[in-house]
Structure formats: structure tokens, C-alpha cells
Design a protein around this ligand. Structure first.
Ligand code: GLN
Length: 284
């Protein structure tokens, strides 16, 4: 018997709930709207309509992938960060809500100024693009060692009409800058910071789907902080800011790395769970 969108929606909700997905209603709606090629509000409007067998099959395949642990963002290929729509592929980390605090901290530091900003390990470009969107006169350089990630970042710059103030460059952040990039007023980075030994213990939805290269911060988890402070801070103008995201329990180590490299520690900002999440320095 033919099913309505509502039949499929109700079924997906129950199965997502049983699987322990906390936002089960929202996820079911977003996923099923995506399969239908509709916006979530259009999907709601059309709940009483009958679907095709093809839709039913496609929806079932997506529901199964979600139940097996694949994150919603990789299934829909879309995500929102700091109010910006983003394209997301398995080549980039899914932007975390914690990282919005990094973007916000950075935006507040330079708002209203015509600044050049470098986003190291940019991934989807989420932090850099949030800055570009909210600091009108800013110019952004987004750097990553992954060609696939840079392609996503470029797509997101275009999607948000920020490409005229944004450039993307391939860089190995664990080494020194290889090409002339000019001077910057701020460097921001959410680098890989998980200790290599801790990768195996990550939640399967992260470990099995997200790019390990965006997570693995080396034996201590601090390799990227060391390299950025040693090799990249020289690109900062006098008075320029360095804004890092860090992992749980890393803020003091990160502070020490910055200070050891001659930076002035400014502050630590906590995330919504009261965890030290952002470390800010200034180059004097
Ligand atoms: N916050 C991410 C996680 O917990 C890690 C991000 C990173 O290594 N930069 O999975």
C-alpha cells in the first residue's frame, strides 16, 4: 500500500529514537526532506501526500545508513555554522557547536577593522568564512593540507558570496610556510588535537566517518600548536592575535606553548559546557 511522507516520517522517528539519537524528530525531518529534495518546511507542508516507491526505497537506504552511525551531515551534505550554510563532505570535519565560540571570539577581537586573517587547518572553511561574513572589511586566507578539504572550503566561500575576500591555499601546517603569504592581523586555528593513542577510543560516529587527518594531533595531541607557534606566528603583525581552539584539558599546555614562543597570553574562553575551549594570544 502506498505510504505518505508522514508514514515514513513517523517510522523513521521511532527507529531513530530507539537507536538513541537525541534529536530524533529533527534528524528524521531533515533527512527525509533531503531525500525528497524539499526544504524541511516544504516537507512538513506535504506530509499528507503519497510518496513513490522510489522515494520509499531511497529514504529507507538513508535511514539505514543513519542507524548504522553515519552522521546526518555526511548524509545530507549540508550543515549550518554560525548562521552560514555549508557544504560538507567526508573530507572535512563536521563543524562542532564548540567551534562557534572560536569564531565568535575571533570576530569580537577584530570587528569593524579592515584585517587580514589566516585560518590554518581550515577544513570546511567554517571559522574563516564566519569571520569573513561578520567582519565586513576582512580578507581571509584559508589553508589546509588536503586538496579535497580546500575544494569544500572554496565551494563554501562561493555559496556564501565571500569568494572575493577569500583565498584558499594548500599548506602543510606542521612545516613552515612555503610561499609568501604576506602579513596577517590574526591567525585562527582549530587544528587536529586528539592524541594518536586516543583515536581508537573516539565515538564510532567520529572514528569511522570523520577524516582522521583532521583529528590526529600526534603523540601529545599538541603537534600543530607547537608548529603554528614556532613557524607561523612570524606572519603576524605586531599586535596581531592568535586564536586557538583546544581540546579538553589542553588549555594550560597550549598556553605554555604560546608563551614559550614569546606570545602574550590574553585569555581563555569556555564553551557552553564550561570547558576551556579557546586560547587567545597576542604578538607584541
Ligand atoms: N572536537 C573534535 C572532536 O571531539 C576534534 C576536533 C579537532 O581535533 N580539532 O571530535
Amino acid at each position: 500500500m502506498a505510504k505518505t511522507y508522514n508514514d515514513i516520517y513517523m517510522d523513521a522517528r521511532v527507529r531513530f529514537k530507539q537507536a538513541g539519537i537525541s534529536e530524533y524528530s529533527q534528524e528524521a525531518r531533515i533527512l527525509l526532506a533531503h531525500v525528497a529534495g524539499k526544504k524541511p518546511e516544504e516537507f512538513y507542508r506535504d506530509l499528507r501526500l503519497y510518496t513513490s516507491t522510489k522515494y520509499e526505497e531511497e529514504a529507507e537506504a538513508m535511514i539505514k545508513r543513519r542507524l548504522e552511525g553515519e552522521p546526518l551531515a555526511y548524509l545530507t551534505g549540508r550543515w549550518e555554522f554560525y548562521g552560514l550554510p555549508l557544504v560538507i563532505t567526508k573530507d572535512v570535519l563536521i563543524p562542532r557547536i564548540d567551534t562557534e565560540i572560536v569564531a565568535e571570539t575571533a570576530i569580537k577581537l577584530v570587528r569593524g577593522r579592515s584585517v587580514r586573517v589566516l585560518d590554518l587547518c581550515c577544513g570546511s572553511g567554517c571559522i574563516g568564512l564566519a569571520i569573513a561574513a561578520n567582519v565586513q572589511e576582512s580578507k581571509l586566507v584559508l589553508a589546509d593540507n588536503s586538496d579535497a578539504a580546500l575544494k569544500v572550503a572554496r565551494t563554501n566561500a562561493v555559496l556564501n558570496r565571500l569568494s572575493s575576500r577569500t583565498s584558499c591555499i594548500k599548506s602543510d601546517v606542521l612545516g613552515a610556510p612555503e610561499i609568501f603569504l604576506g602579513a596577517f592581523d590574526m591567525i585562527v586555528s582549530n587544528p587536529p588535537y586528539i592524541k594518536t593513542a586516543d583515536i581508537a577510543g573516539l565515538d564510532p560516529s567520529v572514528r569511522e566517518y570523520e577524516p582522521i587527518g583532521a583529528l590526529d594531533g600526534g603523540e601529545s595531541g599538541l603537534d600543530f600548536y607547537e608548529s603554528i607557534c614556532k613557524n607561523w606566528v612570524r606572519l603576524l603583525n605586531e599586535g596581531g592575535f592568535l586564536v586557538f581552539e583546544c581540546g579538553i584539558g589542553q588549555s594550560m599546555d597550549v598556553r605554555e606553548i604560546g608563551e614559550k614562543n614569546g606570545l602574550d597570553y590574553i585569555k581563555i574562553v569556555k564553551d557552553t559546557l564550561d570547558i576551556d575551549r579557546v586560547v587567545v594570544f597576542r604578538k607584541l
